[in-house]
Design a protein. Structure first.
Length: 416
């Protein structure tokens, strides 16, 4: 029997393992259904501990880490909470946390890359990113030597560092414009012969990779939490947490109530908050003025079947909008209380938790999981010398010849 099958949530049709869309044209995410109904952790390294609920046939041994969950003392006491668990994604050797690009995007990139290897994919993978995803894919491609075309907004290029000495399999293109412009250009490129799109939220490997945050939190704390907090841009991590929770519910050993999703967005650019609450919380200058612009996504998968709206409705969840002041206060609070630096995006989740406590949305004795989506970059820099990825080409979103220029550069870089 197959390890898993991939089905459309609308028509129920079984699809090829690697499909990104329903072939009947339904506006629905596809979802992986695993044959193993119970979560059995393996003794394989990093994320592969959760191999039986990852949609791969095989693993990448080197370089993968996983979420490390622990019970909070410092922040819990500051907030008057008794059962607060931190799901830490990043670098923190004292806690055995080794996500080497310091965010949970490593949880998406490894399973996605493993599937390309299974398919013996010879085409060049195209990834558009505001930075953290690009860094995670650069990391795994440096290990597997899969050719990678990164399309990144120019202002995000500082996030493109690596711990690897050489990265010959990467072509880095910067786009004058925002994340959406980068996505648009990447989309056009991915449709050309010789290129392949990684699929974003539609890719079950990305979602189930991120879903391992919930798996780790529940295995460690022994029970599904009442509440799950995360900072979101696309909201894919929220969808993933919901999907993982449904599997854990069906496992039968971890409780019978889905955790409520508490998703945090950063003002003044909070499109998911806007969609959910029917208010306008998206400034014209977005992503300008955000605490961390990795949290901006102009077209998040909100209304699509199996998307953010369904996840919030199914779990009785809610969205928070966080000001820059709240985020920076929360960052300081967390770092002082827990003793590790965190990614600014993760501070938005902490600020959402602070809001929730004040509003009485969570009770002091309830089990809460706080997803720290990124952390430990400062800590990493004590142990490693970070290297900027070299830029192969700079283009403008307005340049009609941008696509052709990239294709030419790719041919140069990869000798194809
Ligand atoms: C990408 C990212 C997020 C938001 O993730 P979603 O895809 O919206 O779930 C949050 N924090 C960090 C550090 C990220 O890199």
């Amino acid at each position: 029997m197959d390890k898993y099958s991939v089905k459309c949530l609308m028509c129920g049709e079984v699809h090829d393992h690697y499909s990104l869309n329903c072939k009947k044209g339904d506006d629905s995410l596809l979802r992986a259904y695993y044959t193993a109904k119970q979560l059995i952790p393996s003794d394989m390294p990093g994320i592969w501990r959760y191999y039986n609920w990852l949609p791969t046939e095989g693993i990448i041994e080197e370089g993968s880490g996983r979420t490390i969950t622990y019970k909070s003392k410092g922040l819990a006491s500051d907030l008057g909470l008794d059962d607060l668990w931190i799901a830490f994604n990043g670098y923190w050797p004292q806690k055995d946390a080794y996500l080497m690009t310091c965010t949970f995007k490593d949880l998406e990139s490894f399973p996605t890359m493993q599937r390309l290897r299974e398919q013996q994919e010879k085409r060049i993978m195209v990834v558009a990113s505001a930075g953290n995803t690009a860094r995670a894919f650069a990391h795994v491609c440096s290990i597997t030597s899969q050719p990678l075309l990164l399309v990144v907004p120019k202002d995000s290029v500082h996030r493109l560092w690596t711990i690897h000495e050489d990265n010959y399999s990467i072509c880095l293109v910067t786009v004058e414009g925002d994340y959406f412009d980068a996505i648009a250009l990447a989309g056009k490129l991915a449709s050309l012969e010789g290129f392949v799109n990684e699929g974003g939220a539609k890719n079950v490997a990305r979602r189930d990779g991120m879903g391992t945050v919930m798996l780790d939190a529940v295995l460690t704390s022994k029970e599904l939490p009442a509440h799950y907090f995360q900072a979101v841009g696309s909201g894919t991590g929220g969808i993933s947490a919901w999907e993982a929770s449904m599997r854990l519910l069906a496992d039968g050993r971890f409780g019978d109530t889905l955790p409520k999703l508490h998703l945090g967005q950063s003002l003044p650019c909070a499109p998911l908050y806007s969609l959910w609450n029917g208010v306008d919380a998206v400034d014209a200058a977005c992503p300008g003025g955000m605490y961390d612009d990795v949290l901006f996504n102009r077209k998040p998968p909100f209304a699509v079947k199996g998307g953010v709206k369904d996840a919030l409705e199914a779990t009785g969840g809610t969205l928070y909008a966080v000001s820059n002041k709240e985020a920076s206060d929360a960052q300081e609070l967390f770092e002082n209380a827990e003793g590790i630096d965190i990614n600014p995006a993760a501070a938005v989740a902490v600020a959402s938790l602070v809001q929730a406590v004040k509003a009485g949305n969570v009770k002091p004795g309830e089990k809460i999981v706080l997803n720290i989506t990124g952390g430990g970059q400062k800590r990493l820099m004590q142990d490693y010398k970070l290297k900027q990825l070299p830029i192969s080409l700079e283009v403008s979103a307005k340049d009609e010849g941008a696509e052709a220029k990239v294709v030419k550069k790719v041919a140069e870089v990869f000798g194809v």
